[in-house]
Design a protein around this ligand. Structure first.
Ligand code: OGA
Ligand code: NI
Length: 361
């Protein structure tokens, strides 16, 4: 059956040949189920003003750090406003737009050009694909195409489209800087020493991945997921989209539709934040929904430790009352397991949980 399937949902959407498609293969939702979205939660999503973390008085910064800590503890995600940030600390709006446009142009390339980048293993530094991991997805696919690029410590970019690599280089640098500022504030909120954390996670050679997602219009969006509920694997993910909504985030057992504020990134804590903070800050489940009308593009920066770091709960957050909840694994091992299997909630993180902690989280 797989041989008859198109290589990408873009191709499928463009062709309009849905009748020849086993659309059930994409059907992973029950369209008759009652809505699990709580509309009252959306206005409560915490916002962090990056200009008050980087260019502010110590008092303003202390307040923002506290707010950041609360956002990480209570929600695991927040909106980070970067538009007022002083030069060299933010991400210029023009660059954010240029990145989205370059990503769209990439997906508009001929299918053969993209095919060359399909990659063999999940650690290939340039990887184009569809769904999450069709090799591991038995009988189900998700309605998205993706491009994943390792951009730090070594920078990788496709050669086409022509403008892509220059824009990506700047975008990767700027978003990494924002990620590092946020991490600095997060460590501070837990009374952890920045230098110790940089050393423990080898953040100078942090493994940074850039992801572009394309969600073309879907004929039956109520049946499919763009991406099913999952957590991201790194420390932090910074997401930006082309103005078409589709991201839902879980909070207190309910789902929240997220409409990013202008000039903001949606930031969520990843599994490695949960490991390193010994469960104080948790990674958030989120999902991407398809729609019937417009093409949605999202671009993500995932900031993580260096690939060879064995990540464990930091000693300062481990005590006899709160023993270490997770075993150490190298980031590379985690990444291989996360990307090489089906995408399923927090399945990989669960593998690392120490047995006697089943009730703590
Ligand atoms: C992801 C992801 C959400 C989105 O790529 O891990 O969660 O809105 N994407 O594209
Ligand atoms: Ni995600």
């Amino acid at each position: 059956m797989a041989a008859d399937l198109p290589n990408s949902v873009k191709q499928l959407s463009d062709s309009g040949a849905f009748s020849s498609l086993p659309l059930q293969l994409y059907a992973s939702r029950d369209p008759t189920a009652p809505s699990d979205v709580d509309a009252t939660l959306e206005p409560q999503i915490p916002t962090i003003d990056l200009s008050l973390l980087t260019g502010a008085t110590p008092r303003e910064r202390a307040r923002m750090v506290q707010r950041l800590g609360r956002a990480c503890q209570d929600w695991g995600f927040f909106m980070a406003r970067t538009f007022r940030v002083v030069v060299n600390h933010g991400v210029p709006e023009g660059l954010r737009q240029a990145m989205l446009e370059a990503a769209k142009k990439f997906f508009d390339l001929e299918e053969e050009d993209k095919e060359e980048l399909r990659g063999e293993t999940v650690l290939d530094p340039i990887r184009y694909g569809t769904s999450f991991n069709p090799k591991a997805e038995v009988g189900v696919r998700y309605w998205r195409d993706f491009l994943k690029l390792a951009v730090h410590p070594d920078f990788h970019s496709p050669a086409k489209p022509l403008c892509f690599s220059d824009v990506l280089r700047d975008y990767a640098t700027c978003t990494r800087r924002v990620g590092m500022e946020l991490l600095k504030g997060i460590w501070e909120s837990l009374d952890l020493e920045e230098n110790d954390m940089n050393k423990a996670l080898k953040l100078d050679s942090c493994f940074q991945v850039f992801v572009a997602n394309l969600y073309p219009p879907c004929p039956q969006p109520e049946l499919v997921f763009g991406l099913p509920p999952h957590s991201d694997l790194g420390l932090l993910t910074l997401l930006h989209q082309n103005g078409v909504d589709g991201l839902d985030v879980e909070h207190g057992g309910k789902w929240v539709h997220v409409k990013p504020l202008p000039g903001s990134f949606l930031v969520n804590a990843g599994d490695h934040m949960q490991i390193v903070t010994n469960g104080r800050y948790k990674s958030t489940l989120h999902r991407a929904m398809a729609n019937g009308k417009s093409t949605r593009v999202s671009v993500l920066t995932v900031v993580g430790p260096s690939l060879d770091t064995v990540v464990e709960p930091v000693a300062a957050l481990v005590s006899s009352e709160r023993p270490a909840m997770y075993r150490g694994w190298s980031y590379r091992q985690f990444l291989e397991c996360h990307q090489g299997n089906q995408l399923k909630e927090k399945a990989v993180l669960e593998l690392l949980r120490c047995r006697d902690h089943e009730d703590v989280i």
